[in-house]
Design a binder for this molecule. Structure first.
Ligand code: PLP
Length: 381
């Protein structure tokens, strides 16, 4: 028989203790310590829809503490396997219960690669709406709106509320108003995928503008939320699907169908990451520390954009580079071509995706000049 200290639960506790006692004052570590010191904490199953503290704090985070929809009891939530699982859970529900049979899901061109795989995987046809305008290196609003106009009534549109992946191009509040007008007129269903709340502008409120605006206008919608990036909880798979329905009765029916489906796929969501998130979201001091951390990360990225832009202008690198500072969030679509990316990799050992997307988080004051020089070389040669 194995000794008690080898029991997985004991081992997990030892790992947690180890993490929590490391001299780190980070906000996640403070939450870790609170969890480790909680004598009531165990490894029992969570409910099928997840921890109530977690899912309702998540819904409040995206919809706002004063959300009318929450007060009216028509907001539901399901804890999922991170952002990916939340998109999957919503997509799976739509594949079974969306009233318009054969309705397609429109995803932005380009988008996070998994969107197509998830929707096609549950049997929903996938089409694309124009998003990136290669000429302006900005939003193709006209193309996007005209696609929404010509799509069959009641289509599903997958929208990124902030820090669009991979382009870093977000609609302005005025553009969101125009998007909402067409979505409403056509009776399209809005599915927001929010993987970067707090990362775009540094403000959790500003980054939730589009979602709150749609909800204020009376849309029924889904929001997939990921805590991988804004909590640095990548491996813990903490995510949530927020459901905004017309009435509490509809919300209850959606939640119960989602619970039924979730039971068959994962039975119960994982606890640890969601506990860290709910400790922080439900603790005033830790919440405000988290907000400060997010703002400093977002501002560092904004500073790097400015430094890269300034350096390219100083070098006189051919082309316009204002998109570097106009884009937002972790990613930037540089406009570099696949052959230029190849030279960057081979000659400068700068690695980015073939479509020219860079992670701004990879730039710092030590390497930004080197990167600008490398870009200058590939653009000129
Ligand atoms: N949605 C978008 C737009 C993303 O960019 C990502 C991650 O890159 C995700 C969802 C999924 O995140 P998670 O790791 O939480 O599943």
């Amino acid at each position: 028989m194995s000794s008690t200290s080898n029991h997985p639960a004991v081992r997990l506790q030892q790992i947690s203790n180890h993490i929590a006692t490391k001299k780190d004052t980070g906000m996640n570590k403070s939450a870790d310590r609170i969890l480790v010191e909680d004598d009531n904490l165990d490894h029992e199953y969570l409910p099928i829809l997840g921890s109530n503290e977690f899912r309702f704090a998540s819904a409040k985070l995206i919809l706002g503490a004063n959300s009318k929809a929450i007060a009216e009891g028509r907001v539901g939530a399901a804890q999922c396997i991170s952002g990916t699982g939340a998109v999957y859970t919503g997509a799976h529900f739509l594949s079974k219960h969306y009233p318009i049979k054969g309705a397609a899901c429109y995803i932005s061109k380009p988008t996070w690669a998994n969107h197509r795989a998830i929707f096609e995987g549950v049997g929903i046809p996938v089409l694309e709406y124009p998003y990136w305008d290669a000429a302006t290196k900005g939003l193709d609003l006209k193309g996007m709106l005209s696609c929404m106009q010509s799509a069959p009534n009641g289509s599903i549109f997958l929208l990124h509320p902030c820090a669009h992946n991979p382009t870093g191009v977000d609609p302005t509040p005025e553009q969101w108003r125009q998007i909402a007008d067409v979505m409403e007129a056509k009776g399209h269903f809005t599915f927001f995928d929010c993987a970067y709340q707090g990362f775009a502008s540094g403000s959790l409120t500003k980054d939730a503008f589009s979602v709150r605006y749609f909800v204020d206008r009376g849309f029924e919608l889904f929001v997939a939320q990921s805590f991988s990036k804004n909590f640095g909880l990548y491996s813990e798979r903490a995510g949530n699907l927020t459901i905004v329905a017309k009435t509490p009765a509809v919300k209850n029916r959606i939640e119960s169908q989602i619970a039924k489906a979730q039971r068959a796929v994962i039975s119960n969501p994982p606890a640890y990451g969601s506990r860290i998130v709910s400790v922080v979201l439900n603790n005033e001091k830790l919440y405000s520390e988290w907000e400060t951390n997010l703002a400093s990360m977002a501002n560092r990225i904004i500073d790097m954009r400015k430094a890269l832009y300034d350096e390219l202008v100083r070098l006189g690198t051919p082309g316009k580079w204002n998109h570097i500072v106009d884009q937002i969030g972790m990613f930037s679509f540089t406009g570099l071509t696949t052959p230029q990316v190849k030279v960057l990799k081979e000659k400068y050992h700068v690695y980015l995706t073939d479509n020219g997307r860079i992670s701004m988080a990879g730039l710092n004051s030590q390497n930004v000049k080197y990167f600008a020089q490398a870009v200058d070389y590939v653009v000129r040669n």
